[in-house]
Design a protein around this ligand. Sequence first.
Ligand SMILES: [Zn+2]
Length: 1019
Amino acid sequence: MHNHLSRTLERLSRVRRERIMPRLHTRLGGVEVEAWTVPDDGEPVSARHALGLGADTGRTTPDYRPFPLGAAWGEAWATTWFRIRGTVDPGRAGPVDLVLDLGWFDHSVGGHCEGLVFTPDGTIVKGLHPRQSDIRLRGDGAVPGLLDADGAFLLHVEAAANPLLLGLPPFVVTEHGEKGAEEPFEQFRLRRAEIAAFSPGIHALACDLDVLGGLAAELSADEPRHWRLLRAIEEALDVYDEADAEASARRARAVLAPLLATPAYASAHRITAVGHAHMDTAWLWPLRETVRKLARTVSNALALLDADPDLVYTMSAAQHFSWLEEHYPQLFARVRHYVEQGRFVPVGGMWVEADGVIPTGESMVRQLTYGKRYFLSRFGREPREVWLPDSFGYSGALPQLARRAGSRWFLTQKISWNDSTVFPHHSFWWEGIDGTRIFTHFPPAETYAAEVTARELHHAVATFKDKAIASHSLLPYGYGDGGGGPTREMAGRLRRFADLEGAPRVLSRAPAEFFQEAEAELRDAGPLQPVYRGELYLELHRGTLTSQAAMKRHNRRCESLLRAAEQLSAAASALRGAPYPRADLDEIWRTVLLHQFHDILPGTSISWVHREARDTYRAVEERLHDLIKQAGAALGGELAGPAEPAAEPGAAVAEAGDGGTVLEDGLLRVVIGDDGHVTSLFDVRNGREVVPPGRRLNELQLFRDEPVRWDAWDVDRHVLRHPQVLDQVTSRRVIRSGPDAGVEVVRRAGTSTITLTMWLRAGTGRFETECAVDWQERERLLKVAVPVRVMARTARFETQYGYVERPLLTNTVDEEAMFEAAMHRYVQVADGDFGVAIVNDSMYGADARADGDSTVVRLSLLRGARFPDPQADVGTHAFRWAVLPGADVPAAVEAAHAFNAPGIAGLSAPLVRLELLTGHALVDWVKQADDGSGDLVVRVYETQGARASARLHCREELGTGAVVWETDLLEREIGGDGDLPVALAGGRRPASEARLDLGPFQVATLRIATHASLKEDVQ
Ligand SMILES: [Zn+2]
């Protein structure tokens, strides 16, 4: 047969673009537009103010002026309010829309200008973006009362002139990440504002053709269905005539109808499609803009839920719900209505979609508990899935923390971004470093912002790795990153894909229903159930562990201060009856948790976001210092000064023959050459030299850091190939401070200055470096090398509640791909029973590789990415690290705690302590219970990946009647009946008899009721 159909899909594409879509709206008439650009500092005003319903204090009264079509509006980040009047002919039948083009690009939904539409009384109608630019004036979906008796209307549009920062080509350096940049800004233009008739028939035809055309393109030419589809499309295009669009569209649809009616194959893959808008809490816009983005996205989602009874929408991040509740109560009320119906589904249960590797264990606990408590308090529901589609890797502690917070499932898709290996599963048991398993799903469409196209559905089925044992997957659809969410078109395609030959079956339902079925299906696979053990390392975005060093330092600092503040406040309350500053601590925690969002803490936002974050962090640290002082004052005599006693007689300093310096204190002997490098670090007790022969410890290495893509995100492997060693010494001197002796070395890199002060801390067994940097470099990576004479296959990098064993070898692709990875406070390597630990006070990125019979650990200090913040990291920084020869993991953990609490280490008024019987465990956190009962909550964990047992000792003042029991992370009692191990067997018991048995890296939350006995003592 002749091939008449070879160009059908090309024909379809052109007819759709030029002859069908232009008929979706038919112009009926113009409108009258006025505009007012918000003056003063350009920051938004309330809708009340702009609508003349009330005035914001100190803001200029709105002054609307006629605004011609085609005129430019908006300086970068400014807001223009449009006031639009018009009249719909009351005699006209069918749906009528107001159609607006604020100057859209054809891409980047949520990444440039956006609008929010209000009625004159302040009711929110919907959000506007390039794929959602019409407002229903009359017909299905119109806001009641929008037209008066004569058909006249008045609408306001709050238009945000958010600049397009990630355009085409991407990653172009821009100054517009701050307001008031000198770089010219191309304004948006109001290109279209008119009243138009909407054609449901044309819309339906477009959806039919999108679905069948997409399907034909995906199906193999070997399949009869492919040819049937092409033939029907060809016929439909023959029938459709734009000169008689409405009627011919009906006839064309009749041609397509039988093709849409043939059901899916019996064994077709099943996809649960959930409406979603991935919403970055801040990124290429400041925090305040996310609040407005939420209103736009949520109002659109609500309009779709109103229009289509089958749709389900999901939203994560308690912080976002909380902003909506505070700033847009009318939308929040409508959200609550749909939450009750199960159609607007809160997911994730965390405060924000946090970074998955940098926050400390307690921070992850609080992400879950602050998140879940919020959802329980507002909706009486607790999300059971952890929802982190976009974070840059996931620690091996997460399965345990999620399960101990009452969650059952975990979702991400980010690991599909790996640059070196392909992850082997999409539905599997993820097993944490402690052995806890959680059902985990990676949506195989490999996006969190699908558009429900045949291509995505086909990709999902083709890619899904677990087809032999599983038949379900999840598809989060809707524009994302900057919000946007699902559209009418996506909903239209979704309906047509429900049960269609050649495509997977597509269901619209809540994620929990999917997870329940998918988990059951996996269990049915018996011994074939896939298990993946350990951290989910993302082979990409390795620079996020280092970018914007201030974020990292402040986060670590806040976590350490919170640890002290909560512990001391609990002690002051328990021992002295001082009020526990719960409201302050809650507010501080929520702020710290907010800044752990996966573009703030990782350092990948615009300058504006990081500038504000630095200010916020400083204020938080001040408040924490105040709380610590307050608790200290209440505790009075309990507060001794810093704990470390001065060693006698102190470190000795001698000259080495070649102009170098020898520091020695009986525990360590350090030789620092005249070039400022450490050539020897000798551990006297163990008789071991730490520095490999011919190597130099504390060598600063500079790398040309020019990523292929994703500047602030990526350190590429090519960057690490050519270190430039900073050899030149600007100045060098021997220094002393009390019993400690050291050498200060100043070096230069370009126009930057780096001062290393290397201390032998007498009597501590610790060789410590303080590093001050005035950083002016762009696109340079700075590392410090710590070569140690230890031969091993792996190094232990601290993570949340434990460590990850990272490969030192590069035998396999996945080992090589881990060329830069996350550490918390220590890296430890050991051969035999000799270990060396390197502890730090603020760094998170490091690499460690075998080098002959030795190991080189390099800590990453600074980068200087130019996108999205061209001035990232410019300025002064301070870092500290220390090398501890002879340290095993328990010693590394104890040192890491002390090293991160300088000055407040001695401020301990411990209410509880552990008497170790076997192994090693730690009281990581002490606080009061979240429910205000006055109970104490103690978090304990096993530190070295072994077993430990310990007796818990409470202070006498807590009273002889103190009772202890084990809880989940939300402080709810758990028994031994679940599948998670308990540390305290046998339920409630007198605190004096508590014995803990902990498995490897097990985290236990203990709750101690003491207040009854204390109330008498306090008087
Ligand atoms: Zn994101």
